[in-house]
Design a binder for this molecule. Structure first.
Ligand code: FE
Length: 196
């Protein structure tokens, strides 16, 4: 076999390996590192807060957000994940339904909208218990829900991430600007482990 042939075969194998690594979320290469650094530098719960505040103040945006979270956050310049494409599904808290997000398998999380995940989100205790006894876990976070409220637990996957659209706070804050409203949104509120 000539050197050229060997090189071509090696190149093919390397490309194939790179593709496999990317598909599995294992990322190599300086360009990807840079892209990841840039993504992480902008990743903050302030992004998710802006999304929530926009949804509260713009009914059309709220509709688009609930129908296709990925596209709606992109309208504001946000992405859920930095490397691979991820579908974002936004689930809305109402008078009757309270949503909470987990990844039972590992720690999938919409980092682009919420920043790095808190330690408890990755803990075995949270991941296993919130599915079995969501009300007890929520109570430990200080979230007390009426008897009539249905709790829905959303289990993340590598392809789909979830964010909660909290209920808009009552009272004085109702009259606030979008920016003021965003200031009322907490990271845990966007996970479902806090009320606003
Ligand atoms: Fe995970």
């Amino acid at each position: 076999m000539s050197g050229t042939h060997e090189d071509a075969a090696v190149s093919r194998r390397v490309r194939r390996l790179e593709t496999l690594l990317e598909e599995r979320g294992v990322v190599v290469g300086a360009e990807l590192d840079e892209a990841l650094d840039a993504f992480l530098a902008g990743a903050s719960p302030a992004n998710g807060a802006r999304v929530a505040a926009r949804a509260w103040t713009d009914p059309g945006y709220r509709e688009r957000l609930l129908a296709d979270g990925t596209a709606a956050v992109a309208e504001l310049g946000f992405v859920s994940g930095g490397v691979r494409p991820q579908r974002l599904r936004v689930v809305e808290n109402t008078e009757d339904v309270h949503n909470v997000v987990v990844c039972t398998l590992c720690s999938c999380y919409p980092i682009g909208l919420l920043g790095p995940s808190p330690g408890w989100y990755k803990s075995e205790a949270y991941r296993s218990r919130v599915v079995r006894e969501p009300r007890a876990v929520l109570a430990e976070f200080g979230v007390r829900l009426g008897e009539g409220v249905r709790v829905v637990v959303w289990d993340s996957t590598s392809e789909t991430r979830y964010m909660v659209l909290p209920r808009r706070p009552e009272g004085a804050a109702r009259a606030g600007s979008e920016e003021e409203l965003a200031g009322l949104v907490t990271r845990n509120g966007l996970i479902g482990t806090a009320l606003l």
